[in-house]
Design a protein around this ligand. Structure first.
Ligand code: 5AD
Ligand code: SF4
Length: 444
């Protein structure tokens, strides 16, 4: 018998990517194989994001496209899950507008996928199962990872911060830390399988362990650093209010911890930060950046910035530009504020007009990109350590990888056996978003 095939399409953050890898693992464990395109699939699952409206609109558009496919192939199972489904009224809206969707589930019950698929076979309308509350953390789910070299490992779920623009605390629930032994065992197992790089994931990794006894994020980092076989450890995301000096010292002292901190600032105006409920001032953020650079001089700092938060004046925006000039980020994700139903900021009356938001966004990108280019230019003629990850997607004669600071490097080689190795690469031509280099030697 030919095996049935699955296709999972993922929007949003790394947390969603990891959930999709878990769903792939679950589907494999019940006999499905992966498909490369929609037409081949017997089950298609959309794992959705709710952080900005744009992502939602794309999901709606894609659901529309599936209608023809479902008509041609009535046995096709269509599932939709993720953060969008945790919003009040959304599952019902989807069921009404897209009645050919078979399964709707949320972020808290992906482990229920096999039962939900079974239920579809008996049901004659959409099966909806969205848990409002997070349950216990489910350990031991099978997982089918996309890469053989780099792996995401979730260390905590949820968020307690309630930034006033953000939907995540409502879609992912309260903070819950995984037990350190579960995390360590998972990473030891990855090391055994040959994985070289681990990224520890959480909405706010710096509050890891606050709900456990005698545990902290810095402690966990030092424990992970001891695992043989792993070459590099990264983590994301850090909330500036919770990033402590002991975490900075762990990065400085642990050889496997990469010199890169993603430190979302969101705004450079203390007044706006206050309205966002971020719990730090512009000055405190800059002090933190100085402390990080004092301990780790070559660190790369990246960030997230929102423009056009309700009430943001030209002056507030200039504060953001000023902060960007002071910090000089290695990279930044820039966002236009998007109103999210159910969050406090969506109710604020002083929303910024669309044209002004776009104007500020373009100005911000200009400054951010200029600085990235200037920073990349300093890599010229430097020899950097690169973990070789894959053949370049755009040029088969090149291999690609990243520096410890997270910069993408391309160099000429058609030797696929080098994938997974650490190498020294001399940068010959820094560009805006990549560094072109020449392979010097393989380290190991
Ligand atoms: N509008 C725009 N950007 C947002 N983010 C979160 N919520 C919103 C919103 N409503 C951004 C923040 C966060 C990143 C993941 O997404 O910058 O750090
Ligand atoms: Fe959203 Fe703020 Fe939590 Fe990040 S820390 S997930 S921005 S509420």
């Amino acid at each position: 018998m030919v095996a049935k095939k699955y296709l999972i399409e993922t929007w949003g953050c790394q947390m969603n990517e990891e959930d999709s890898e878990k769903m792939a693992g679950i589907l494999k464990s019940i006999g499905y194989e992966s498909a490369t395109k929609r037409e081949e699939a017997d089950i298609i699952i959309f794992n959705t994001c709710a952080v900005r409206e744009n992502a939602e609109l794309k999901v709606f558009g894609n659901l529309g496209h599936l209608k023809t496919l479902k008509m041609q192939k009535p046995d096709l199972i269509i599932g939709i899950c993720g953060c969008m489904m945790q919003q009040k009224g959304m599952p019902e809206e989807i069921k009404k507008k897209y009645p050919y969707v078979d399964i709707i589930f949320g972020t808290h019950n992906i482990h229920r996928l096999p039962e939900l698929i079974n239920n579809v076979k008996q049901a004659n309308s959409t099966v909806i199962e969205v848990w409002e509350q997070e349950g216990e953390i489910v350990e031991g789910l099978p997982i089918e990872r996309k890469s053989d070299i780099k792996a995401f490992v979730t260390i905590m779920h949820g968020c307690n911060n309630f930034c006033t623009y953000c939907i995540v605390p409502y879609t992912r629930g309260r903070e819950r830390s995984r037990k350190p032994e579960d995390i360590i065992n998972e990473i030891k197992d990855l090391a055994k399988k040959g994985y070289k790089e681990i990224t520890l994931l959480g909405q706010n990794v710096n509050s890891y362990g606050k709900d456990l006894e005698n545990m902290s994020f810095a402690k966990l980092l030092r424990m992970v650093n001891e695992i043989d076989g792993i070459e590099r450890i990264r983590f994301t995301t850090s909330h500036p209010k919770d990033l402590t000096e002991d975490v900075i010292l762990a990065i400085k002292e642990c050889d496997k911890l990469c010199e890169h901190i993603h430190l979302p600032v969101q705004s450079g105006s203390t007044r706006i930060l206050n309205k966002m409920n971020r719990k730090y001032t512009k000055e405190q953020y800059l002090d933190l950046v100085n402390l990080i650079r004092k301990h780790i001089p070559d660190v790369a700092i990246t960030t997230d910035i929102i423009v056009g938060f309700p009430g943001e004046t030209e002056e507030d925006f200039l504060e953001t530009l000023d902060l960007v000039e002071k910090v000089r980020y290695d990279s930044a994700f820039t966002f236009i504020y998007s109103k999210r139903k159910g969050t406090p900021a969506a109710e604020y009356e002083d929303q910024v007009p669309e044209d002004i938001k776009h104007e500020r966004f373009n100005k911000l990108i200009e400054v951010v990109n200029r600085i990235i280019e200037e920073k990349n230019a300093t890599y010229k003629d430097k020899v950097v350590e690169v973990l070789i990850e894959e053949v370049s997607k755009t040029d088969e004669t090149k291999l690609t990888g990243r520096t410890r600071t997270g910069k993408l490097v391309h160099f000429s080689s058609d030797n696929m056996n080098l994938i997974g190795k650490l190498a020294k690469v001399k940068i010959t031509e820094p560009r805006n978003f990549i560094l072109i280099g020449e392979l010097q030697e393989i380290i190991r």
